[in-house]
Design a protein around this ligand. Structure first.
Ligand code: ZN
Length: 258
C-alpha cells in the first residue's frame, strides 16, 4: 500500500484574473496546473486553496489534513489574515512541510518562519537563468542533471535577506550577471521548509518538466515525519528517578551553607 502525501496548493489567484497574459498561460490558475502535475504521481493527493475563499481556504480542517502546503503569492501578501498565518505556523512547527515558490519570498508565513525581511533585487526582461545543482545526492535533485536552464525568467539577485539555509540546493546564474540562492532548505520545529525561486506568472515555468520534477521531489522530502504540536512539549514534569526536592541555602556568598 502506498503512503499518500496530502498536498494543499495555495495560490493568491489574482494575476490570473486581472492579467490576460497570465490567464492565457494559466486559465484556471497556477494552483490548478501545479495540482495537476503533482496529482499525476500515485503517492500524491492534491487539493487547492485561494486567498478569496473563506479563511483563505485554510480552515483548521484543511490544514489538519495537509502534509505539505505549497504557497504562491505576490501582490496581496498583506491581505493574508494574521490568524491564518498563526495557524499555518503552528502546523509547520508540528511537522507539516512548507514549499514556498518564487514571489512567495515576501509572504507573511515565509517571513514569520524565517524571521528576516526576505528582500532581494529583481528585474523582469525575460533573461536566461541557469540553476546549478549543488547537491546531486539530495532527494530534491533526484533526476536533475548539473543544471536546469530556463530561457525566459524574471531575475532575482542577491543579497537575498534570509537566514543561512540548513542546506543550499540550487544557485542561479542570470544572463545579466547576478546570482541567487534559488533552492534553500530549513527546518523549523518539526517541519521542513523549501524555498524554490522559479515561478514568475508571465512565463510558462510550471510547464517545465524539470521544474515539475523538483517540486514533486520537494513534496516527498517535506512530508511530515512526526505530528506533534509544540504546546505538548511545554509543561511541568515529574522526575523519572525517585528523587526528593532539596532546600538549599546559598547564603549571601553563593556558597552552599551546611
Ligand atoms: Zn515574479
Amino acid at each position: 500500500m502506498i503512503d499518500t502525501i496530502k498536498v494543499t496548493i495555495w495560490n493568491e489567484y489574482r494575476h490570473e484574473i486581472k492579467n490576460e497574459a497570465v490567464r492565457k498561460l494559466y486559465p484556471d490558475g497556477m494552483h490548478k496546473v501545479i495540482a495537476d502535475f503533482l496529482g499525476a504521481s500515485e503517492d500524491i493527493q492534491t487539493c487547492t486553496a485561494t486567498l478569496d475563499e473563506p479563511e483563505h481556504g485554510l480552515t483548521e480542517d484543511v490544514l489538519n489534513n495537509t502534509d505539505v502546503l505549497i504557497w504562491w503569492g505576490h501582490i496581496a501578501h498583506n491581505e493574508v489574515d494574521e490568524k491564518i498565518v498563526d495557524r499555518v505556523q503552528q502546523r509547520i512547527l508540528a511537522g507539516m512541510g512548507l514549499i514556498v515558490l518564487h514571489s512567495g519570498h515576501f509572504a507573511k508565513i515565509f517571513k514569520r518562519m524565517l524571521g528576516t525581511n526576505c528582500s532581494l533585487r529583481w528585474r523582469e526582461i525575460a533573461e536566461k537563468e541557469r540553476l546549478w545543482n549543488l547537491e546531486p545526492g539530495h532527494p530534491i535533485t533526484d533526476g536533475i542533471g548539473d543544471y536546469i536552464e530556463l530561457p525566459n525568467t524574471e531575475m532575482y539577485g542577491e543579497r537575498f535577506d534570509i537566514p543561512t539555509p540548513d542546506k543550499l540546493i540550487f544557485v542561479s546564474w542570470f544572463e545579466g550577471g547576478e546570482v541567487f540562492r534559488s533552492g534553500c532548505c530549513w527546518e523549523r520545529g518539526h517541519g521542513r521548509i523549501f524555498y524554490f525561486r522559479p515561478g514568475h506568472e508571465t512565463y510558462p515555468i510550471f510547464y517545465n518538466e524539470e521544474i515539475r520534477k523538483v517540486i514533486t521531489n520537494a513534496v516527498r522530502w517535506a512530508k511530515p515525519r512526526v505530528n506533534q504540536g509544540t504546546e505538548k512539549g511545554h509543561h511541568i514534569v515529574d522526575p523519572i528517578e525517585n528523587i526528593t526536592e532539596k532546600h538549599v541555602d546559598f547564603g549571601s556568598t553563593g556558597v552552599e551553607q551546611t
